[in-house]
Design a protein around this ligand. Structure first.
Ligand code: PLP
Length: 413
């Protein structure tokens, strides 16, 4: 095969690239009614509809019972942990390879994050739950990394037989399925983000989903200063005492954009899946290269195919050659695993007494250093990511596959 002629670099982006008349119409509806606040508007007897409609369609889409709009995916994680009454003295297991707030949300509620190795799926290795659980372990945060579901059946088995809550962080994987069901419908409580990089976006925003009435009521209370307003009481009658909460309420404007975007998720997923299906089979047989393992490939979103090179030292030249061919691609940055980040290296919270690490005599302690995660280190130093987007065409996908094959021959051949 010859080296393909250079193509222009495709324009990246998922949900925000699909913004159009549908988002405009719903936002204008909120503005024209002059009702930007979800709990009351012009007519005190008739609260505004947008956040309520988003929650209704969201829980139907996920296949769960209750959904609560919040201000962000990070806020959603704090609300979920607080709903489960997790706090000082508790431990929460979380992937070492995860977004910043998967760790910081645990610290913010006063609990101690316990870092776990990932496996060839770049998701949590289910066996880590047994290795890391202690009598203080209250929850595991399972991150469905970049549109590929974690192995929920073994994870639920390992967690629930030890009485550990399963929190699904679906911020990167709205619309992704595992064994025919949406991610977020498996665990005890689940979180989503509508930040700009996500599949569906309202710039900022988030969602909490659960089947559990007690977790729902407590999530509502924590997200609204301890309040439990009539809208929620009509869904689940109040049974829990009020407690001091934060303020993570979603505005009607955010809800309007998120609602229009939610209705586009399946279209965006079908587009990404079709592109990925043109790329992945062509890379499958290449020597010295392995595709990311997927627990259920039929359910993956497909917006970011990954492959591993056997030899880590070839990753940078491989990526640079792809980039020179106008292929958008990414490799691990120096500090992306949690143990490489500054807030883990210092072990600090906002005040000295609030740090769950304050009693460790030596810091960073075992379990918070790169040397403690040989598999996560190895895997994340050997991958190359191929982000796809709403504006990518099938010709772009074919060019990406051609380019990876050509660069592979040059670098690995
Ligand atoms: C984006 C993201 C979050 C945080 O969402 P924000 O809305 O940006 O606060 C949490 N977890 C994961 C896995 C994410 O990718």
């Amino acid at each position: 095969m010859t080296v393909p002629a250079l193509r222009p670099r495709p324009v990246p982006g998922l949900g925000f690239q699909a913004i159009g008349p549908e988002e405009e119409a719903l936002v204008l509806d909120v503005l024209r009614r002059k009702e930007p606040f979800r709990y009351y508007g012009m007519d005190p007897a008739k609260p505004p509809p947008m956040a309520a409609q988003l929650e209704k369609e969201f829980r139907a889409y996920i296949g769960s019972d209750y959904a609560l709009g919040v201000t962000s995916g990070s806020g959603a994680l704090e609300v979920a942990l607080a709903a489960a009454a997790i706090g000082p003295g508790d431990e929460v297991i979380v992937n070492a390879w995860s977004w910043i707030s998967c760790f910081t949300a645990i610290v913010r509620v006063g609990a101690r994050p316990v870092l776990a190795e990932i496996d060839e799926s770049l998701n949590l290795d289910p066996a880590e739950i047994g290795r890391l659980a202690t009598p203080r372990t209250r929850a595991v945060i399972v991150v469905h990394y970049q549109g590929v579901a974690a192995a929920m059946e073994p994870i639920l088995h390992e967690a629930h037989r030890r009485g550990i809550y399963v929190v699904e962080d679906c911020a990167q994987s709205l619309g992704t399925r595992y064994r025919g069901r949406q991610v977020g419908s498996w665990g005890d409580i689940s979180t989503y983000s509508f930040q700009n990089n996500k599949v569906a976006t309202s710039g900022e925003g988030g969602m909490v989903v659960t089947r559990d009435q007690r977790l729902y009521e407590r999530a509502v209370r924590f997200h609204d200063l301890g309040n439990y307003r009539p809208y929620h009481a009509a869904l689940v009658p109040p049974r829990e005492p009020a407690f001091a909460g934060g303020q993570f309420r979603m505005s009607e404007l955010t809800a309007a954009v998120a609602l229009a975007q939610l209705r586009k998720v399946d279209k965006i997923r079908d587009h990404c899946r079709a592109l990925a299906a043109r790329i992945l089979p062509r890379l499958a047989g290449l020597k010295g290269l392995a595709l990311r393992h997927e627990a259920d490939p039929a359910g993956s979103f497909g917006f970011e195919p990954y492959f591993f090179l056997d030899r880590a030292e070839l990753v940078t030249p491989f990526r640079e050659k792809l980039d020179a061919r106008n292929v958008n691609c990414g490799q691990r940055t120096g500090t992306y695993p949690q143990y490489g980040r500054d807030y883990v290296k210092t072990g600090l919270a906002h005040a000295p007494g609030a740090s769950p690490f304050r009693d460790f005599p030596i810091w960073p302690a075992e379990g918070y250093r790169a040397v403690d995660f040989p598999r996560t280190e190895d895997l994340t130093k050997r991958f190359i990511a191929l982000p796809l987007g709403w504006l990518y065409t099938t010709a772009d996908a074919d060019y990406i596959a051609d380019s990876v094959i050509a660069v592979h021959r040059e670098v690995c051949g």
